[in-house]
Design a protein around this ligand. Structure first.
Ligand SMILES: [Zn+2]
Ligand SMILES: [Zn+2]
Length: 319
């Protein structure tokens, strides 16, 4: 198998993304537009990590963007498209993990959907109460919000998903139910020989009778050998004692999932809104120390504006 390289950029300097794209052929880029869990936050001491909630975008050549969740970071992504002149006639797909506020609030503020020529396909979890479209429209409507999804200028199409495999353009997607509060999916996305797994909300202790270090087979299969795993790491071990029933996990558990699944890199994600930059740096350092004992090569705390490029080295000459 060809060697893969990963570049992690800590800040989203204008032009950085295009320069990273030019560095490798056949690479995919993963851009973090929102990395917080539960609710947005804007305290000055948290600005380095960023305050927007879950939204990550995967881009590759000849592939429309794949958006992971619709948190408040989606607005940030939409503004970047507007600035680059790409907000009109937008085509993209969303892999929606679940319907909690921190994963859906950004939809009406996504600039491309203010244009009638744009289209967005949303693949999200089947709901016991009705179709995904009906349930989504149940909270995006007056009096909770001024408009319904059909009130957006652009076209939004909902697709109900359970355990399954499906194609999004050139990308192969696998979806699996994961342990959280309410129907929640994790995703594996494979494109150009690169694999990314996204498990933003994952409760290690929210199913009675399973030990805290248990990793379900479905999750191991979802994450096995991926180049990048983006995983819940919301609570410190001390916080988890009181909040085990919130449906989230510790950084130690995230390292455990990554280790059991032989992933190449782990991005700690869904940071608690009460964790400032110093707290997240401490979590990152401790997770790296633990990972070093398991053979996991790279662990980092995702932050807003971070761009990760994964791909094969560009050809240097010859055929
Ligand atoms: Zn969440
Ligand atoms: Zn959640």
């Amino acid at each position: 198998m060809a060697e893969r390289r990963c570049i992690v950029a800590r800040s989203c300097v204008p032009g950085l993304l295009s320069s990273l794209r030019g560095l490798m052929s056949g690479a995919i880029t993963v851009t973090f537009h929102g990395v917080r869990g539960s609710t947005p936050c804007d305290e000055p001491h948290s600005a380095g990590i960023g305050g927007n909630t879950s939204c990550v975008v995967i881009e590759a050549e000849d592939q429309t963007p794949i958006i992971l969740d619709l948190g408040t970071g989606l607005r940030r992504y939409g503004m970047s498209l507007l600035k680059s002149g790409n907000a009109s006639d937008f085509r993209g797909s969303v892999l929606l993990s679940h319907l909690h506020w921190d994963h859906v609030q950004g939809l009406p503020f996504f600039e491309p959907l203010h244009d009638s020529t744009s289209m967005l396909d949303i693949y999200g979890p089947e709901q016991p109460e009705g179709s995904l479209c009906e349930v989504f429209a149940g909270f995006m409507r007056p009096p909770f919000f001024p408009i319904r999804p059909e009130g957006l200028a652009g076209t939004v199409a909902f697709h109900d998903v359970g355990n399954g495999e499906f194609q999004v353009g050139r990308a192969r997607v696998r979806s699996r139910w994961v342990r959280h509060i309410g129907p929640t999916l994790g995703f594996r996305i494979e494109i150009d020989g690169v694999a990314v797994a996204y498990v933003p909300d994952h409760g290690q202790g929210c199913v009675e009778g399973t030990p805290d270090d248990h990793v379900p087979n479905d999750v191991v299969e979802l994450c096995r050998d991926v180049d990048l795993l983006i995983h819940d790491a919301q609570h410190t071990a001390n916080e988890f004692e009181a909040k085990w029933h919130w449906g989230h996990c510790t950084p130690e558990y995230a390292v455990n999932v990554a280790s059991k699944s032989s992933v190449r890199r782990l991005a700690l994600f869904h940071h608690d809104p009460c964790h400032d930059d110093v707290a997240v740096a401490t979590i990152e350092r401790e997770a790296r120390d633990l990972a070093a004992t398991t053979g996991l090569s790279e662990v980092f705390a995702a932050c807003e504006g971070m761009v990760v490029t994964i791909g094969r080295p560009a050809a240097t000459g010859g055929r």
